[in-house]
Design a protein around this ligand. Structure first.
Ligand SMILES: [Zn+2]
Length: 419
């Protein structure tokens, strides 16, 4: 009899433990913040780590996963197919947003969240009509259909959208808010302070196209971190559970230019934004923060056979992007040496100067020279098939551990929000 009692109480304990384990596996979060750093592969995260004092916050979140990034039938994706896979769970062709490989419309996690009564937000340093953000609210066969995508944003249920893209979205906002029209379904802002004092739903345009890269932003009044803090404040005050996408596109652009100095500054700015998200989540207690990338760009390699250290401090002193140096030199190539000395403290010899000048992509040549001096090299000027790292912190974050396909990212978000 005693033995039976022992056995049954052991069984009860076992069942309790199993149900607790099961519960922890399906833990859900009230709010979800996804920080997507376009083009950020594992080496980008390590370059940021080397450049930061005390390490990047995004590299210290408790759950770590590896994500494959292919598009339908291709090892190397573009940002449109990658965002469609991650945000709708469906593989598709490069350039396609919000349709799967059979060209059936695919619904995004943000649309599902909105239907479930959550408020939704997008903040980006890219144009709001660019592929990554667009995959949350638009369905188009060509990512370059900016006007069509912009119309879909204005008509969408997104509660808060802030970023670049005024060139296409601005005229639509003016049209929608004209005095002759009936009251528009959203408020339009053209300044971050005005947005912070304003009301939802809102669209806030901060640049005509993409916002300047961090390395070129100079006296810019605000960066991604300020945009994130404004968005989190407004969405939290709205009272409903929310989902926020935070995107930065500068790292992808810098990596296409093989510009390690631009990457370093982009990584530090992205991490400042992650810190703001983690600080909000720490106080809130029911917010899941996930940091991810859509693909790797550039085949970044931390070692160019040029010594046994990466000279990050030299990269941190560079004061202009390779693109900016190239466009300044383009008006008078004789000034190239002077320009590279001024912004990058780089002593350009005649042979390299000639190579930059005749190159089809002078920005990339400049980027490669400056990178190599700090012992950083690049395998490509395009996207690669490398995996990307995903880190997560908060309720439901454990689901983002492991090795998985980009379409599973959607399922993990869905599970984390209980949708
Ligand atoms: Zn790219």
């Amino acid at each position: 009899m005693r033995r039976w009692a022992l056995r049954s109480s052991l069984a009860v304990v076992l069942v309790l433990m199993m149900s607790l384990w099961a519960l922890s596996g399906t833990e859900t979060a009230r709010n979800l913040v996804v920080v997507l750093v376009d083009g950020m592969g594992p080496a980008h995260r390590q370059l940021g780590e080397l450049a930061s004092k005390g390490g990047l916050s995004m590299n210290r979140m408790p759950y770590l996963g590896c994500m494959e990034t292919s598009s339908y039938g291709l090892d190397i994706t573009d940002s449109a197919a990658a965002a469609t896979a991650m945000f709708t769970g469906r593989k598709t062709y490069n350039t396609v947003i919000g349709y799967d490989y059979a060209l059936d419309k695919s619904e995004s996690i943000m649309s599902l969240a909105s239907k479930a009564g959550m408020s939704t937000g997008i903040v980006t340093t890219s144009a709001l009509y660019d592929a990554t953000s667009a995959a949350m609210y638009a369905n188009v066969l060509m990512r370059s259909e900016y006007r069509n995508i912009s119309k879909q944003l204005v008509a969408s249920s997104v509660t808060l959208a802030a970023g670049g893209g005024g060139g296409y979205i601005g005229p639509l906002l003016k049209e929608a808010t004209a005095p002759s029209r009936e009251k528009p379904s959203f408020n339009a802002y053209f300044d971050l302070d005005a947005l912070s004092r304003g009301a939802l739903p809102a669209i806030c345009l901060l640049a005509e196209g993409a916002m300047p890269k961090e390395i070129d932003s100079g006296t810019s009044p605000y960066g991604l971190k300020d945009m994130v803090e404004a968005a989190l404040g407004m969405l939290a005050a709205d009272g409903r559970p929310f989902m926020l996408l935070v995107e930065t596109g500068s790292l992808d652009g810098s990596s296409h230019d093989n510009d390690a100095a631009g990457v370093v500054r982009g990584m530090l700015a992205a991490d400042e934004a992650v810190k703001a998200c983690l600080s909000f989540a720490g106080k809130d207690g029911d917010t899941l923060v996930v940091v991810a990338a859509d693909h790797e760009t550039g085949g970044l390699s931390l070692g160019a056979g040029n010594g046994l250290n990466v000279n990050v401090s030299k990269l941190l002193k560079v004061r202009a992007s390779a693109g900016k140096m190239a466009s300044e030199a383009a008006s008078d190539w004789k000034r190239l040496k002077e320009i590279m000395k001024k912004y990058a403290d780089y002593d350009l010899d005649d042979e390299d100067a000639a190579r930059v000048r005749i190159s089809a992509d002078p920005a990339r040549e400049i980027g490669r020279l400056v990178s190599y001096e700090s012992n950083v090299s690049w395998g490509s000027g395009s996207h690669t098939a490398s995996i990307v790292l995903v880190t997560a912190e908060g309720p439901g974050g454990a689901a983002f551990s492991g090795w998985y396909d980009n379409t599973e990212f959607f399922l993990k978000m869905r599970q984390a929000l209980g949708l």
